[in-house]
Each structure stands twice: as structure tokens, then as C-alpha cells.
Design a protein around this ligand. Structure first.
Ligand SMILES: [Zn+2]
Length: 378
């Protein structure tokens, strides 16, 4: 005769005292283990790995209601049949002697995609459109496409996300769809399309600029112009994800505003173009200050623009300071708002000492003066 039970296994060769037999009757709970559910939130079919002692009867319960148990094959919980939220998963194994082992796991389920809201839903030609994405639950991966371009969404400290979109002066007004997607911690993805309205801006026409012979020749120098365009474009694509600005921009110099952003002007060489900046006039040598904290992307000469400083403020926002008589920092240098970065001059294509102050948002030149007022997107 062989007794087999947990902890007792021996051949009977002589009479066994009754007290010893009682002590040897199986009193060990059966082996039971369950691989922990690793995710904080689960969706869809969730596989549960249960290991129980052979011969043990296993029962499973979800929130104390019986759930089918299949041992030996992966066991799945269809979380979509449960309400979103916290649930208890109980697993109990009972051996032939009636000993039981039990394990209780908590299971958080989420099968609902986040509800997304975006504001505002309109913008103006030549202005910055600061879009703030809110969600009814934390979201991780986000993506937005507008006017055929991926638009980066940056996380804000309070869990919201923000996209800063520069609207070109030449962008036609009208309704254009923004496609948006965001995924929650469980992996549920919401996708939505939101129409955004672009309104026409008002840009004064007028202003005639008489160019010197040298300036006319410089404007006709296409290779140099192309090089400058590339330098500036390259500078604007360098970006840090953290916003370095803090609140509205500061006016970089005190001075007379001689031409606002977007004025449509005629030049003596016959060309006409929009003015992609704000002109602030003051005497040569007037200190020029950083409009916000930033990192120098460019510090030096550029065809047409003269001596130039371009500052990166993070998240695709940069400011430029053009026609300077001198530059007071080097590429890569970090400056705080209000720090002197150069001096007013009339270098490059300029008709007198002034600062041509530019703002680029996500690759598009927009009105810097919009950022002097409290920023609705901050
Ligand atoms: Zn200008």
C-alpha cells in the first residue's frame, strides 16, 4: 500500500499507529500560482496564466460571479464584457482532501476610447493658432495632421496637450479638417476630425521701398538668396521639446514701429512682397534684447538680412533679430528674456537703422506682436 499525499509518501511494512496516520492525512493546501497581471489597465482579451497542482479542482470568479475556468490552455478574460473600472479576480484550487488555496487579483479594465476636445477651432492668416487638446482621461500617444502636415502636440504640465500652428499669410481662408488621434493608458485610441476655420487677416498694402544699386544687385543674387533661405529653414527645424518662453514675449527694443507684419510692399526693382516681420526703428547701437529665453540657432551674417540672431524658444517657436550692427552671442548660447543679444543697425537690405523682428511658428512666419499680449494657449 502506498499513501500518496502532500508530505507523506511511504510503503507500509508494519502496523502504523493510528495517531501517525491522522497526522499524515493530507493537510497541505494545493499548489496554486497565478502570473500577476502586469498592466495597470487592461482592455480586450486578457490572458491569465494559472498553475495548479495536478488533480486539484480550480474555480474562478470575477467580482464573485462564477467564471469559466480552462486550465492547461491560456485562460482569457473578455474584459469588454465587464464595465470599465476595478474588478476582483478570484482563483481557488481544492484538492481531493478538501484543502483549498485561493488567490485574489485586482484587475482594472478600460475598453473605452478617450473623449477628446480641442479649442479654439479657428485661426487667422498670419497669426499663431495655439490649439489645446483636453481629454476625459490621461492620454499618451497623440497625433495631429492639419493642412497635409503632421503637427506636434506637446504635453503641458496639467495633462493637456498643445499644438502651436503658424498660419501663413498666403494660406487661403476657409474650413480645413484637422485629424486627431490619442491613445489612453490601456491602448484605446480615439480618432476624430475637427474642422478648423481660417479667417482672412487684414494686411495693409502700400509702402514703396527704394533700393540702392547694391541692394538691387543683392536681391537679384539668387544663389545667395537660396543659401539664406536654406540657412533660415534649417534653423527653424531645430527645436527643443520644452517651452523656454514664459508668458508673453517682450518687445526687443524701444522704438518707433515703422512697418507691421504682413504689409504688402513694392520695391524699386519691381518686386512686391509681404513683410514677414515687424520693423522697430531706433538709432544704431541701441541694445536689442531677447524677446524670451532661448538658445541661439544663428548668430552672424546672412544675405539680405545682414547680421542676424535667431533664437529657438522650444516647441517650434523662434524669433529673429535682423539688420544688427553687431551680434553679442554665439550659436548654442542660452539667453534669458531681456538679455542683450546685439545692437540695432542697418546691415543687409535695410534703408536705415531699425530692427526687423521676426517670429516663426512651426516653420511659418507669423506676427510677433500677437505674442506681446497674454497668450491664450499658455
Ligand atoms: Zn522689416
Amino acid at each position: 500500500m502506498t499513501l500518496r499525499s502532500a508530505g507523506c509518501h511511504f510503503a507500509v511494512k508494519r502496523a502504523i499507529p493510528l495517531a501517525f496516520l491522522v497526522a499524515c492525512i493530507d493537510s497541505q493546501p494545493p499548489v496554486l500560482s497565478v502570473r500577476p497581471l502586469s498592466e495597470p489597465h487592461h482592455r480586450g482579451a486578457v490572458s491569465v496564466s494559472i498553475f495548479a497542482e495536478p488533480g486539484a479542482q480550480v474555480t474562478t470568479r470575477i467580482d464573485d460571479a462564477p467564471a469559466q475556468s480552462l486550465l492547461g490552455t491560456p485562460w482569457y478574460i473578455d474584459t469588454a464584457s465587464l464595465s470599465d473600472g476595478a474588478h476582483a479576480l478570484s482563483i481557488e484550487a481544492t484538492d481531493a482532501a478538501g484543502n483549498t488555496s485561493a488567490i485574489r487579483l485586482s484587475l482594472a479594465t478600460d475598453n473605452t476610447a478617450p473623449t477628446l476636445a480641442l479649442a479654439p477651432t479657428s485661426g487667422v492668416q498670419g497669426q499663431t493658432m495655439g490649439l489645446v487638446l483636453t481629454s476625459d482621461e490621461p492620454v499618451a500617444a497623440t497625433s495631429a495632421t492639419f493642412l497635409d502636415r503632421q503637427r506636434p502636440l506637446y504635453p503641458l504640465e496639467d495633462g493637456r496637450y498643445r499644438a502651436l500652428i503658424g498660419i501663413a499669410i498666403t494660406q487661403e481662408p476657409g474650413d480645413f479638417p484637422l485629424t486627431l488621434s490619442a491613445t489612453d493608458a490601456a491602448g484605446n485610441t480615439a480618432e476624430t476630425t475637427i474642422p478648423l476655420n481660417i479667417a482672412a487677416g487684414t494686411f495693409p498694402a502700400g509702402g514703396f521701398i527704394r533700393l540702392s544699386k547694391t541692394q538691387t544687385a543683392a536681391r537679384a543674387d539668387e544663389p545667395s538668396r537660396a543659401r539664406t533661405r536654406k540657412e533660415r529653414r534649417d534653423a527653424y527645424t531645430v527645436r527643443s521639446d520644452a517651452p523656454l518662453w514664459d508668458g508673453p514675449l517682450q518687445r526687443p527694443i524701444e522704438g518707433r514701429r515703422t512697418s507691421g507684419f504682413g504689409r504688402y510692399r513694392t520695391y524699386s526693382d519691381g518686386r512686391r512682397s509681404y513683410h514677414y516681420g515687424t520693423d522697430l526703428a531706433n538709432i544704431t547701437g541701441t541694445p536689442v534684447r531677447a524677446a524670451a529665453a532661448g538658445i541661439a540657432l544663428h548668430a552672424g551674417w546672412q544675405h539680405i538680412f545682414g547680421n542676424v540672431v535667431i533664437l529657438d524658444h522650444g516647441q517650434g517657436v523662434s524669433t529673429s533679430y535682423n539688420h544688427l550692427s553687431s551680434v553679442a552671442l554665439t550659436v548654442g548660447e542660452r539667453v534669458e528674456a531681456g538679455e542683450v543679444i546685439g545692437q540695432v543697425g542697418s546691415t543687409g537690405q535695410s534703408t536705415g537703422p531699425h530692427l526687423h523682428w521676426g517670429l516663426v511658428v512651426d516653420g511659418i512666419s507669423v506676427d510677433a506682436e500677437q505674442w506681446l499680449a497674454p497668450l491664450p494657449w499658455d
